[in-house]
Design a binder for this molecule. Structure first.
Ligand code: URP
Ligand code: ZN
Ligand code: ZN
Ligand code: ZN
Length: 490
């Protein structure tokens, strides 16, 4: 049987090695990997190029109403276009419930938007901000069964935060229905108090946003979250780790055998809090939560990635324009508490990481840069979020492939980006290595610098919780009927 497509002569990268091979595709699926494969109906010459799995970005805010009630700048069409130009073929964004919203309706509404606009494959994390009985007991179990097997909760932000007791309700329903719980973990009271005190004293510039998120607010919330998840043996994913202390808390928990997973983002690996120190409100372009920290934190995060304590790197794409519709929605001179948090990053995540891991060769990965890049940006996310046909170049998997030119040098600029934020916090950086062709299920999405796919060509990926969401089965003493007068509340 002939092949639809053969990608010939490239270096195929996997999480465990890189080797020269042809890759053959039939019916959107990888059919064979080898040398001298038969002619395909279409052929791509990949000599001198790297043939890598398409990136999977598992944390992006798209067409979403923010924590502060502001609609962000991207649509599913613009966000997935930007993601594709950045080498990605799968995106997990959010179906974001706010207080008073019906979760089922929220998921339906985001599904309609994504189905119409997405041009790469996608799934949702369900943000739960209204953990009432109906949400916890009726909607979540049903939606998880229907294929939305991950939940996100916020421990901070006035309008959406979930306190300890409802968080336990959520963790328990996730355990009973086998969903992974992803958490934005920062100590709300510390951030809110620091913000109030700073503004009262006239420290209103964007740079004080960093100061208002004390380093310890992260480690404290991680500890509190991990302790609660451990009480009922529910796996968790800690989003956007930014500090060395936070990474240390995760390392300790994993050392105790707890099922704690973690991600970090390029802004914590490549930016510092000093990037917010710009004249006027310009620093708002570098404002995200948690904020970028220090170079020592960057080093600690790279180390945590190399040790496996942090398993994946997502963008946390959260696009707000630098104008009255976005960052400056409170007026031209807002204080930092009035500025929407978040950075665009779908398109820059992979080039920045390729440059650091493959081209420059971060020392933590000792010559295994290609493997680390593939693992952290595709293979691990597919495993964590249970996308069984995604994240590797392997027979039987979806033919989701990014062909990288390892020699091409590109200076990142606002003009180069395809999302609707209008700026990138990484402008001016030159990276070596660029995704020149992006293929989804055997079809071109980006080729020769042009978009080839139509909105709506991306598919929703229904999924179960998979291995990551399975409890360990070890009960804490507090939950063990053998030590609790026979009581069993799980
Ligand atoms: O600053 C950020 N990250 N904004 C997006 C919402 C969130 O906190 O994940
Ligand atoms: Zn967050
Ligand atoms: Zn410093
Ligand atoms: Zn986020």
């Amino acid at each position: 049987q002939p092949y639809d497509l053969v990608i010939r002569g490239g270096t195929v990268g996997t999480a465990s090695g890189a080797f020269e091979a042809d890759v053959a595709v039939r019916d959107g699926t990888i059919a064979a990997i080898g040398s001298g494969l038969a002619q395909g109906a279409r052929e791509i010459d990949a000599r001198g190029k790297l043939v890598l799995p398409g990136g999977i970005d598992t944390h992006a805010h798209v067409e979403q109403v923010s924590a502060g009630g502001l609609l962000n700048a991207d649509t599913f069409e613009s966000a997935t276009t930007s993601a594709a130009f950045g080498g990605n073929t799968t995106l997990i964004s959010f179906a974001a419930q706010h207080r008073g919203n019906d979760l089922r309706k929220v998921v339906d509404d985001y599904s309609v938007l994504a189905k119409r606009g997405a041009l790469i494959d996608y799934a949702f994390h369900m943000i739960v901000a209204n953990p009432d009985r109906k949400t916890i007991e009726t909607d979540l179990p049903a939606l998880i069964k229907e294929g939305h097997a991950s939940i996100k909760v916020f421990m901070t932000y006035d309008l959406i935060k979930v306190d300890d007791e409802p968080l336990l309700d959520l963790l328990l329903t996730a355990r009973e229905n086998r969903a992974l719980v992803c958490v934005h973990a920062e100590n709300h009271g510390m951030i809110s108090w620091m913000g109030r005190k700073l503004v009262e004293r006239g420290y209103t510039a964007p740079k004080y946003h960093s100061i208002s998120h004390p380093r310890g607010s992260e480690a404290e919330a991680f500890t509190r979250l991990i302790t609660q998840a451990a009480l009922i043996d529910q796996p968790i994913m800690i989003f956007h780790v930014s500090t060395a202390e936070g990474a240390a808390v995760i390392r300790q928990a994993r050392g105790q055998g707890l099922k704690v997973f973690a991600e970090t983002c390029p802004q914590y690996l490549f930016l510092t809090k000093h990037d917010l120190d710009k004249p006027g409100v310009e620093g708002a372009k570098w404002m995200c939560s948690p904020p970028p920290r220090e170079v020592a934190d960057q080093d600690a995060l790279w180390q945590a990635l190399a040790l496996g304590d942090i398993q994946t790197i997502s963008s946390d794409h959260a696009p707000y324009r630098f104008d009255e519709t976005g960052k400056l929605s409170a007026g031209p001179n807002p204080n930092f508490k009035q500025i929407a948090n978040g950075l665009p990053g779908l398109e820059t995540r992979l080039p920045l990481l390729f440059d650091a891991l493959v081209s420059k060769g971060r020392p933590e990965f000792a010559g295994r840069g290609i493997e680390a890049f593939v693992e952290l940006t595709a293979t691990a996310p597919a495993a964590l979020y249970n996308l069984p046909r995604k994240g590797a170049i392997q027979p039987g998997f979806d033919a989701d492939i990014a062909i990288w030119d390892p020699q091409r040098e590109v200076t990142i600029s606002d003009e180069l980006m395809h999302d609707l934020a209008g700026f990138t916090p990484f402008a001016g950086r030159t990276v070596k290595g660029w995704p020149e062709r992006v293929i989804l299920r055997g079809q071109d999405v980006v080729a020769a610098g042009a978009l080839k796919a139509a909105p709506g060509s991306g598919r929703w990926l229904g999924r179960t919780g998979g291995r990551a969401a399975e409890p360990t089965g070890r009960l804490t003493l507090d939950m063990d009927p053998a030590t609790n007068f026979g009581a069993n509340i799980l």
